[in-house]
Design a protein around this ligand. Structure first.
Ligand code: HEC
Ligand code: HEC
Ligand code: HEC
Length: 92
C-alpha cells in the first residue's frame, strides 16, 4: 500500500502559469524519519518537471523507497549536489 500523504508544511498560494498548486515543502513520511522535500526549490532549480513527474505533474504513484532512492539520491549523486547520506534526508 502506498503510504504517502503529502503533509503540507507550507502553503504555496501562488499559482504560476501552467503549474498546479503544490506545497513549497512536501513532507514525505518514512519509518526511518520523515523527509522534508523542498519541492519549490527543486522546481526552480531543475525547471524540468519530468525529472520527477514522468507523466503529468501531481501525485506520483511510484513514490516510495525504491523510486525515491533511485530518483532523489541518484540525481544528487550524479550532480554531486544535494544530500546522499541517510540522515541528511531522513530527519526525526
Ligand atoms: C525533484 C523532483 C520533482 C520535481 C522536479 C518536480 N516535482 Fe512536483 N512533486 C514531487 C514529489 C515527490 C511530489 C509528491 C508526490 C506525491 O505525494 O505523490 C510532488 C507533488 C507535486 C504536485 C501535487 C501536490 C499534491 O499534494 O497534490 C504538483 C501539482 C506538482 N508536484 C507539480 C510540479 C510541477 C508543475 C513541476 C515542474 C515545474 C514539478 N512538480 C517538479 C517531486 C518533484
Ligand atoms: C535524497 C534523500 C534520501 C536519502 C539520501 C536516503 N533516503 Fe531513504 N527515502 C527517501 C524518500 C523520499 C523515501 C520515500 C518516503 C515515502 O515514501 O514517503 C525514502 C524511503 C526510505 C525507507 C522506507 C521507509 C518506509 O517507511 O517505508 C527506508 C527504510 C529508507 N528510506 C532508508 C534509507 C537509508 C538506510 C538511507 C541511507 C543508506 C536512505 N534511506 C537515504 C529519501 C532518502
Ligand atoms: C534531477 C536532480 C534532482 C532530483 C531528481 C532531486 N534532487 Fe534534491 N537536489 C538537487 C540538487 C542539484 C540539490 C542542491 C541544491 C543546492 O545546493 O542549492 C538538491 C538539494 C536537495 C536537498 C537540500 C536542500 C537544501 O535546501 O539544502 C534536499 C533535502 C533534497 N534535494 C531532497 C530531494 C528529494 C527528497 C528528492 C526526491 C523526491 C530530490 N531531492 C530529487 C537535485 C535533485
Amino acid at each position: 500500500m502506498k503510504k504517502i500523504s503529502a503533509v503540507v508544511a507550507m502553503f504555496a498560494v501562488t499559482a504560476f502559469a501552467g503549474a498546479a498548486l503544490a506545497a513549497d515543502v512536501i513532507e514525505l513520511p518514512a519509518s526511518m524519519g520523515k523527509v522534508s522535500f523542498p519541492h519549490k526549490k527543486h522546481q526552480e532549480l531543475l525547471k524540468d518537471c519530468k525529472k520527477c513527474h514522468e507523466k503529468a505533474p501531481g501525485k506520483i504513484a511510484e513514490l516510495g523507497k525504491d523510486w525515491a532512492h533511485k530518483t532523489c539520491k541518484g540525481c544528487h549523486t550524479e550532480m554531486k549536489k544535494g544530500p546522499v547520506g541517510c540522515k541528511d534526508c531522513h530527519k526525526k
